[in-house]
Design a protein around this ligand. Structure first.
Ligand code: SAM
Length: 490
C-alpha cells in the first residue's frame, strides 16, 4: 500500500538508483535517481538508453559520477520538497568536482522550468519529459559551463523506436509505455501541464517491444499510460486532433467495420499482446472510469494471460466532489463500472486511488468515500491527502479550505478501512490454489520466493527447486493484510 504523510509509508522505490551492470571502466558515468510513478521509472529506462548511445554507463554511486540526474515527480508538494532537499546534498560534491553535471528531469523540471536554475545554482540542466532526445546536446552545452534547458512539450513524441535499457529490474517483469500525456484536466492534477497532450504509441512498436522482452526471458509486462482506456492509434499525433464523434465511436467499436479497421483501440491492443504467448502475462495501469468500456473487460475475460486486475481510481465517493474534480463520472456511473467488472470477470481484483480533503469536502461527503470503499471492497488502494498544485483548475478557482488536521484525520480513516478491506479480501483467498509468477527471493527468507498471482497479490512460498521466472501453483494457507502465504502444490 502507498500511504503518504503517514508513519506506515512504504515508498521503497522513491529515489531508487537505477543501474545496469556493465564492465566498461573508461565510459563516462551517469548516476540516475528516479521518483514518482511507474511512468517515470519507465522514462528513466529511455533516458538511460539515450545516454548509453552517447557513451555513458550507469553507476550506483554519486562519488564516481560525471553526471547526476534526478528524474522527478510534481504530483504533490511533498514530491517536490523531497527533490529540493536531495539537490542540497550535492553541494559539497559540486564544490569538490566543478565539472560534475547535475540535471533535473521529468515533471518538476517541466513545471518549474528556469525557476529551477534560478533557485538552485548547482543545477546545470533542466529537461522536460518530451525532450530526452535532446540530452546529448544539453550535456554538450553544460560541458562548456553554460546552463542548458529544454522543456518543450511535443504533440508527437512517444519514443516509440527507442529500445529502453532495462534498469534495476529482476528480468521477469517489465514496463511498456503505450501512450504519453493526458487530456483529462482533472481539476486537482498537474499531469496535463507537465506531460502535455495525450498521444498514443504505434501498436507495432509496442508489440515488438513485448516480443523482445519475452524472448529475453521476461514473463510479465505492464502497459503504462495515464488513461489506458483512452488509447487510440490512428497514425500518430494528439488524440484531440480527431473529431470527438469519431474517437467516441472508434473506442466503443461503433464505426462501420471498414472504418474501425483504421483504428487500434486499447481492447484491440490487448488482444494483439495477449496472442504473443500464453506465458507472457499482461497488466495495465491506469484505467479511467471516464473512458472505460466493456470491450476491454471482454478481452480480459477471453485471455487467461491478461491478469484479473483493474486499477480504477475513484478519487472520491461523492458525486458533487467528483464533478468539482472534473472526473467525468458520478458515484452511480463508477458503481456501474464495478458491477460490469464483477459480472464480466468474476474474481477480478480491484484497486483504487483516493484523495482526502479536496476543496470544500464535507464530513458527509467523506463518509460517502468510506461507504464506496466498503461497497466495492477494494483489494488495495493508494491514498493521498489533497495537495494544491499551482496552475491547476482547483488552484485557480477553488479554496484549499480543509484544514490540514482534518485532511490527515480523514486520510487515516481511509487507510484504516483499507487495511481492514485488504485483510478481508486476502482471507477469501485462503485454501485456494493460485498460479503465481515467481519474481524474487523473499526479502525475509532466503528459503522462500515471492511472486504475484493474477490478481496482483503478493504470495510468499517455499523456494524448493523453483526460481524467479517460473509459474508455480501455490495453495494459500495464511495471510496478512498485505501478503498471501502458502505451499507449492503440483
Ligand atoms: N491518471 C490517473 C488518473 O487520473 O486516474 C492517475 C494519475 S496520478 C499520477 C496518481 C494519483 O495521484 C491520482 O490518481 C490521484 O489520486 C493522486 N493525485 C493527483 N494529483 C493530486 C493532488 N493534487 N493531491 C493529492 N493527490 C493527487
Amino acid at each position: 500500500m502507498y500511504f503518504e504523510d503517514n508513519n506506515i509509508v512504504d515508498e521503497s522505490r522513491q529515489g531508487e538508483v537505477l543501474i545496469k551492470e556493465t564492465k566498461n571502466r573508461t565510459a563516462k558515468k551517469l548516476y540516475l535517481e528516479s521518483y514518482g510513478c511507474a511512468m517515470n521509472f519507465s522514462d528513466s529506462e529511455i533516458i538511460a538508453s539515450i545516454m548509453a548511445k552517447s557513451g555513458f554507463q550507469t553507476t550506483n554511486t554519486t562519488d564516481d559520477a560525471d553526471v547526476i540526474f534526478l528524474n522527478t515527480c510534481a504530483i504533490r508538494e511533498n514530491a517536490e520538497l523531497r527533490i529540493w532537499q536531495r539537490l542540497r546534498t550535492f553541494r559539497t560534491q559540486k564544490k569538490q568536482k566543478p565539472d560534475l553535471i547535475i540535471g533535473v528531469l521529468g515533471c518538476m523540471a517541466e513545471r518549474l522550468k528556469t525557476q529551477l536554475l534560478e533557485k538552485e545554482k548547482l543545477v546545470d540542466i533542466v529537461v522536460g519529459p518530451d525532450s530526452y532526445r535532446d540530452l546529448p546536446n544539453l550535456i554538450a552545452t553544460a560541458e562548456t559551463g553554460q546552463k542548458a534547458i529544454n522543456v518543450l512539450l511535443s504533440r508527437e513524441e512517444t519514443y516509440a523506436e527507442i529500445s529502453p535499457v532495462r534498469l534495476g529490474g529482476n528480468g521477469i517483469v517489465g514496463f511498456i509505455s503505450i501512450m504519453r500525456g493526458c487530456d483529462n484536466m482533472c481539476s486537482f492534477c498537474v499531469v496535463p501541464f507537465t506531460r502535455g497532450r495525450e498521444r498514443s504509441r504505434d501498436p507495432e512498436s509496442i508489440v515488438a517491444e513485448a516480443c523482445e522482452l519475452f524472448e529475453n526471458g521476461y514473463k510479465e509486462i505492464t502497459l503504462l499510460g495515464q488513461n489506458v482506456d483512452s488509447y487510440l492509434w490512428f497514425g500518430g499525433g494528439p488524440k484531440k486532433d480527431l473529431p470527438e464523434e469519431i474517437t467516441n465511436k472508434a473506442l466503443a467499436h461503433q464505426l462501420p467495420d471498414e472504418e474501425q479497421k483504421k483504428y487500434t483501440t486499447f481492447a484491440d491492443l490487448l488482444e494483439l499482446l495477449a496472442r504473443i504467448h500464453p506465458d507472457l502475462r499482461i497488466r495495465f495501469s491506469t484505467s479511467n472510469p471516464r473512458d472505460m468500456t466493456d470491450a476491454v473487460l471482454h478481452v480480459m475475460a477471453k485471455h487467461e494471460n491478461i491478469c484479473d486486475y483493474v486499477h480504477l481510481p475513484v478519487q472520491s465517493g461523492n458525486s458533487r466532489i467528483l464533478e468539482k474534480m472534473n472526473r467525468g463520472y458520478t458515484r452511480e456511473q463508477y458503481m456501474h463500472h464495478i458491477e460490469s467488472i464483477r459480472k464480466i470477470i468474476p474474481g477480478c481484483s480491484i484497486s483504487t486511488d483516493i484523495i482526502s480533503g479536496f476543496c470544500s469536502e464535507t464530513e458527509e461527503e467523506h463518509q460517502e468515500t468510506l461507504s464506496m470503499m466498503e461497497w466495492v471492497g477494494y483489494d488495495y488502494a493508494y491514498m493521498f491527502k489533497y495537495s494544491e498544485r499551482p496552475a491547476t483548475l482547483a488552484a485557480r478557482q477553488y479554496k484549499d479550505d480543509i484544514p490540514e488536521e482534518v485532511k490527515a484525520r480523514r486520510l487515516q480513516e481511509i487507510i484504516d478501512l483499507q487495511i481492514k478491506l485488504s485483510h478481508q479480501s486476502n482471507l477469501k483467498d485462503l485454501q485456494k490454489v493460485h498460479r503465481v509468477l515467481a519474481e524474487n527471493v523473499s526479502k525475509r527468507s532466503e528459503r522462500h520466493l515471492s511472486g504475484r498471482n493474477s490478481q496482483n497479490k503478493v504470495v510468499i512460498f517455499p523456494r524448493n527447486n523453483y526460481k524467479p521466472g517460473d509459474y508455480v501453483n501455490v495453495l494459500v494457507t495464511d495471510c496478512t493484510s498485505a501478503t498471501l502465504i502458502g505451499n507449492v502444490v503440483d
